[in-house]
Each structure stands twice: as structure tokens, then as C-alpha cells.
Design a protein around this ligand. Structure first.
Ligand code: CP
Ligand code: NVA
Length: 300
């Protein structure tokens, strides 16, 4: 059974820690590893992407490998070929497969039949590759993640869930503030070995108390478009702006996985100002995912 990366909870706390340290090394010397020399990685997208596609494609190239970007409507999957058969065939050609799709069950079925590692590049419930880059960004700012408080303000979506799961595994105290009806599950099981915690709030001002970073994501995720108006109304008081950052810890910075909607979940002043690490965070996708690919395809 190959190692997969579907929620991030597959990692131990020690593996996550060493993966982040390896990502720092790869960031310092982007061409130092040829871990994918002569090998190919398939990247299947059923939803749009800018950062995930570019960071994986360039990162695989930097590791000496070849990225095959496959739009799902170009695959026989779109004509009803079984996920099992797709997984079996990809396993004969490539050394890993990344998938961006809707249902987590689709990803799980592909992984079940795959003889190579499967990587979640975003599903309805999880975005663990984003969380790796988020933790790398925090690690760049703080030598030790254990015990740091990080706030997430807004929709309790895939990005929030992965931040909570992988953040807790890294030892963070994650505080999530969402309006009623948009909260993360209060009983979300944290990964085995997690030393951190998850606390849920409705008031963003309470969640950001003592936080070294204040994270937000879009109010309308891919697939949520039919409820866009009610989401904007419910989440209207959950904007990350200078006034909210002022209530967090001294020198706290804003985070966002992007794409952003300036004036909705984040103010333009914060998004393009000096109190953010958002653009570093976007770059860190590549370095974190290269460390992940090394880990998955070259197990110790
Ligand atoms: N943050 C993120 O996953 O961005 P994309 O949707 O552009 O890949
Ligand atoms: N929550 C967003 C993340 C986009 C990267 C979505 O699922 O659309």
C-alpha cells in the first residue's frame, strides 16, 4: 500500500516537522534535489487552479521530473471510465498522482486502487497541501511552532479544516471564528499524535486574542456559488482588516491561501500592505510540495 496524502493526518508529528525543515532547505537551494529524475507525476484537475497547478508543475520540474497536467474532461473518466481503472493505468506510468476534485470519496476511491501515492490538491473538505505551505510560512516567522496561537476568521471550509488538522499536528493552538451555520465541526478528530488544539468561536475579536497570525479564505468556495448571496450576508462581519489585526498579538500578520476577494474577507490595505505574509505563503506552496513529493516517492 503506497503512502497517500489525502487529509494530512497520514503524517506523524515528527514526519511533519522534518518535512517542513526539508522544505526550508529546498527553498534555500531550489535545484539541490533531483528526487524525481526521469519520473513523471500526473496532476488531475476537475476544478480551476492557479497556485496549485503552477507550484506543482514548476516544483516537479525543479526536482528533475515531468508533470502531466490532465484536465478531467480530457480523460476517459469524463466518459464513465472507472476510477479503479484510471488508478491502475496511471500506476503503470507515473510515480505519483495529484488530484483536485469535489467529493473526498472520489479521491479516496482513486487512492484505494492506486499503486502509487495519491496527493490531495483540494477537495470539498480538505486542502492539506495548502496547510503545508501555511505551516512553512509560520515556521519561517517562528523557530518553534509548538504552542503558537493562530486564528482563522471566516468560513469553516476545506482550508480552515486542513489548517486545524495539520496545525494541531504541528503543535499550534488553532482558533477558528465563524458565524453560526458556517463553523467547522466541533468534534473534528485531530490527527493521532497532535499536541496542538482547536477552539471554535463566533466572535473574531475573541479568536484573534494572542494570535501571531490571522488567516482568512474566500466566503464563496468553488462549488458554493449557488449560496453566494447568503454567504456574503452571513460572513459580512468577518473581514480581516487592520482593526482586527490590531487586536491580535504584536507583529501579528495576515495569511490567505488565495485567490482573494479584496473588500470581502480581507481588506485591500491588509492584502497589499506590510502586515501580511500572503505572497510568501503562495510561493511556499512550491517548496512545501517538493518536500512532500520527496517524502512520498523516496520513503526512508
Ligand atoms: N490556494 C490555492 O490552492 O490556489 P489555486 O486554487 O489557485 O490553486
Ligand atoms: N476554499 C477555497 C480554496 C481555494 C484555493 C475553495 O475551495 O474554493
Amino acid at each position: 500500500m503506497p503512502a497517500h496524502f489525502l487529509t494530512g493526518a497520514e503524517l506523524s508529528a515528527a514526519q511533519l516537522r522534518s518535512l517542513l525543515e526539508r522544505a526550508l532547505e529546498l527553498k534555500a537551494a531550489p535545484l539541490c534535489s533531483q528526487a524525481l529524475d526521469g519520473r513523471s507525476v500526473a496532476l488531475i484537475f476537475t476544478k480551476p487552479s492557479t497556485r496549485t497547478r503552477v507550484s506543482f508543475e514548476v516544483g516537479i520540474d525543479e526536482l528533475g521530473g515531468h508533470a502531466l497536467v490532465l484536465r478531467s474532461d480530457e480523460l476517459q473518466l469524463s466518459r464513465g471510465e472507472a476510477l479503479q481503472d484510471t488508478a491502475l493505468v496511471l500506476s503503470r506510468h507515473v510515480c505519483a498522482v495529484g488530484v483536485r476534485t469535489g467529493p473526498d470519496a472520489t479521491l479516496a476511491e482513486l487512492a484505494q486502487h492506486s499503486e502509487i501515492p495519491v496527493i490531495n490538491m483540494l477537495t470539498e473538505l480538505h486542502h492539506p497541501c495548502q496547510a503545508l505551505a501555511d505551516l512553512l510560512t509560520l515556521r519561517e516567522a517562528h523557530a518553534e511552532l509548538e504552542g503558537l496561537r493562530v486564528a482563522y476568521v471566516g468560513d469553516g471550509n476545506n482550508v480552515a479544516r486542513s489548517l486545524a488538522l495539520l496545525g494541531a499536528l504541528a503543535g499550534l493552538r488553532v482558533a477558528v471564528a465563524s458565524p453560526p451555520g458556517y463553523a467547522l465541526e466541533p468534534d473534528l478528530p485531530l490527527p493521532a499524535g497532535a499536541s496542538g488544539s482547536l477552539e471554535l468561536y463566533t466572535d473574531p475579536r475573541e479568536a484573534v486574542q494572542g494570535a501571531c497570525a490571522v488567516y482568512t479564505d474566500v466566503w464563496v468556495s468553488m462549488g458554493d456559488e449557488s449560496s453566494a448571496d447568503e454567504r456574503r450576508e452571513a460572513l459580512g462581519a468577518y473581514t480581516v482588516d487592520d482593526a482586527l489585526l490590531d487586536l491580535a498579538a504584536p507583529r501579528a500578520f495576515a495569511m490567505h491561501d488565495l485567490p482573494a476577494h479584496a473588500g470581502e474577507e480581507i481588506s485591500a490595505e491588509v492584502l497589499y500592505g506590510t502586515r501580511q505574509r500572503i505572497w510568501d505563503q503562495a510561493e511556499n506552496r512550491r517548496h512545501a510540495q517538493k518536500a512532500l513529493l520527496e517524502f512520498l516517492v523516496m520513503p526512508a
